[in-house]
Design a protein around this ligand. Structure first.
Ligand SMILES: [Zn+2]
Length: 212
């Protein structure tokens, strides 16, 4: 028996993006999208491991926190007790509550404010990172099953990773874990799969132009 959620991603980030990740040349939002894919993609994790073998050794030598000391365990235990005592407050503080965003991804995005949702057609989008100098914006997008995200053109590249559900456009179908980079100048109006809400993370460089 196979479930949709068990499928392996069929589309992967450009190899150059994995190299940039290893070289430490990416912004947190760029890392967040890659992490969302790596969370589901064993083949990219293996590729990353082979790219990062020497760098990984170096990183580990800089991470003393990974070796939890006795005192760190005590404070961790305290924190868990505190969380258990305040379940409602904790849920209220999690901006990604109820969204299928992997923890590694949340850690990279490090969002501390509640998400602010805007309507774009049938979809709801919330900005989770932005940099006006680098000219990128990162959104989490929720679009109901079987609906169409309004047609638009990308002025720069768009990186997209699907966290739940799926979508189809002229570039093909994307399911959970798939990562696609749309070239600058490309346009699409993705149709969501029938079924659950489609949830995706997107990183848009240079902005979008919606067709009227
Ligand atoms: Zn992959």
């Amino acid at each position: 028996m196979s479930k949709m959620s068990d499928r392996l991603p069929l589309e992967h980030p450009p190899e150059a993006s994995l190299e940039d990740l290893v070289a430490g040349e990416l912004f947190p939002a760029e890392r967040a999208l890659l992490e969302a894919h790596l969370d589901k993609c064993r083949s990219c994790r293996e590729k990353l491991a082979s790219l990062s073998a020497p760098a990984g050794e170096m990183l580990r030598s800089f991470k003393p926190d990974a070796l939890a000391s006795g005192s760190a365990e005590v404070s961790g235990d305290f924190w868990h007790k505190l969380q258990a005592a305040l379940p409602d407050l904790d849920a209220g503080l999690d901006p990604f509550a109820g969204l299928p965003v992997p923890q590694v991804c949340r850690d990279e995005l490090n969002v501390s404010e509640p998400l602010s949702w805007e309507e774009i057609g049938p979809a709801r989008v919330a900005r989770v990172a932005a940099d006006p100098v680098q000219d990128y914006v990162c959104f989490v997008i929720k679009t109901p099953g079987a609906s169409v995200f309004p047609h638009h053109r990308h002025l720069g590249t768009e990186d997209l990773v699907v966290l739940q559900g799926g979508l189809t456009d002229d570039f093909g179908h994307m399911g959970v874990g798939d990562y696609r980079q749309y070239p600058a100048g490309s346009a699409h109006a993705p149709l969501m799969d029938t079924g659950p809400l489609c949830v995706a993370l997107t990183l848009i460089r240079g902005g979008l132009e919606f067709s009227s």
